[in-house]
Write a protein that binds this ligand. Structure first.
Ligand code: COA
Length: 367
């Protein structure tokens, strides 16, 4: 059975920064309160033209480049997102097109902020089963477009961004080890976007009552999060045959510094073993774990051979953890970098659209 190694990683954030002081000009809050209660100092907010697929594609190209792969090497694209561009088509398909990943299947996975863990687990299982050799897992968000900027309970928390990992099959030992996924739908009301799905399709009423915005019971989510982070990390370590103290680095979902502190206390691990960067990004939902991982590698906190646990929680309710022995890139078979492929991917997409239009013109629908 092949092992699933993490061989590439990349991240992307929008250009615009929104600080706590900026926020205090649009809602009744202040920098001190936000820092003390959450640990967040600023977040990135998508501007015009920046979308879940554009950020996800940028992160994916960087991950491919690092892994020494081209988009055509991909067998599967899993995009975990809580802010898809449409109900359908899947954001994964938009990214597939932007990458020019002509050999890949692509689908979205919705497990809210736990989505990246779920996606990594699914990607690793596809590799282990032999159904895929090279998988791209993306977490990408533009949640700022679902935030009620008059609700200080939620608008201070979220930020936009994307992160991506490449998983590759190899007989080498290591890579993805034990993982767990959990859910409890009875807590679905604690964190939701009540409208725009099939229960409450968009209407004048949903718009007037703000049902298309994020609704959250912060206290309940906090209570749930502090309980499950410790439990899931223990489970993933145990499944990998590790003791908790063997873990070199925990990369937690970046929601609130107090939640991460509580997890560290629960696990009896020093806080230094936790990667924390929510001060600069806020809660980027499915993107927070890959963004924190990219920075951990850049800062030398994650080296090949290290034992790392990714752990997250989110709406659903969902939670999970995944343990991995950090790998790094495998030897590349290509002479050109994925970045060189970018213009070709654009040409390819345009040509396919023209071809389709021509077919329709010449042969009519279904021709
Ligand atoms: N700025 C200033 N004051 C605020 C505020 C803000 N942005 N938000 C709330 N307050 C006020 C409240 O009105 C309340 O005032 P009161 O005591 O006069 O009534 C006080 O601050 C305390 O509010 P409370 O809601 O009890 O704060 P809290 O300590 O629970 O922190 C959260 C609120 C949202 C930061 C916290 O509950 C949290 O992080 N929960 C988890 C959310 C999460 O992670 N969601 C994403 C999951 S993926």
């Amino acid at each position: 059975m092949p092992n699933a190694h993490i061989t590439g990683w990349g991240m992307s954030v929008p250009a615009k920064v929104l600080t706590n002081s900026d926020l205090s000009k649009i809602v009744a809050t202040n920098d001190e309160w936000i820092r003390e209660r959450t640990g967040i100092h600023q977040r990135y907010i998508a501007g015009e033209g920046e979308t879940s697929s554009s950020l996800g594609t940028d992160a994916a190209f960087k991950a491919l480049k690092l892994a020494g792969l081209l988009p055509t090497d991909l067998d599967l694209i899993i995009c975990s997102t809580s802010s898809p561009e449409y109900i359908f088509p899947a954001t994964a398909c938009l990214i597939q097109d932007r990458l020019g990943a002509s050999n890949a299947g692509a689908f979205d996975l919705l497990a809210a902020c736990s989505g990246f863990i779920y996606g990594l687990n699914m990607g690793a299982q596809a590799i282990r089963s032999g159904s895929a050799k090279t998988v791209l897992v993306i977490g990408t968000e533009t949640l700022s477009r679902f935030v009620n900027w008059e609700d200080r309970n939620t608008c201070i928390l979220f930020g936009d961004g994307a992160g991506a990992f490449i998983l590759q099959a190899s007989e080498k030992p290591g890579g993805v080890m034990g993982s767990v996924m959990h859910s409890d739908g009875s807590g679905g009301d604690y964190l939701s976007i009540p409208a725009s799905g099939s229960t409450n399709p968009a209407s004048e009423i949903t718009l007037r009552t703000g049902m298309h915005f994020i609704h959250m019971d912060g206290k309940e989510v906090f209570r749930f999060a502090t309980r499950v982070m410790t439990q899931a990390t223990h489970e993933a370590a145990q499944k990998s045959g590790w003791k908790t103290e063997d873990i070199n680095l925990v990369v937690p979902h970046q929601a609130n510094l107090r939640i991460i502190d509580a997890a560290a206390r629960g696990l009896k691990l020093p806080i230094e073993k936790f990667m924390i960067n929510l001060d600069r990004y806020g809660n980027t939902s499915t993107a927070s774990i890959p963004i924190a991982t990219v920075e951990a590698v850049q800062n030398g906190r994650l080296q090949p051979g290290d034992k790392v646990v990714f752990v997250g929680f989110g709406a659903g309710l969902t939670w999970g953890a995944l343990a991995a022995e950090w790998s790094g890139p495998l030897p590349s078979e290509h002479y050109i970098s994925a970045e060189w492929y970018k213009p070709w991917a654009r040409v390819r997409s345009t040509l396919r659209r023209i071809w389709r239009a021509l077919e329709e013109l010449l042969f009519g629908r279904g021709g």
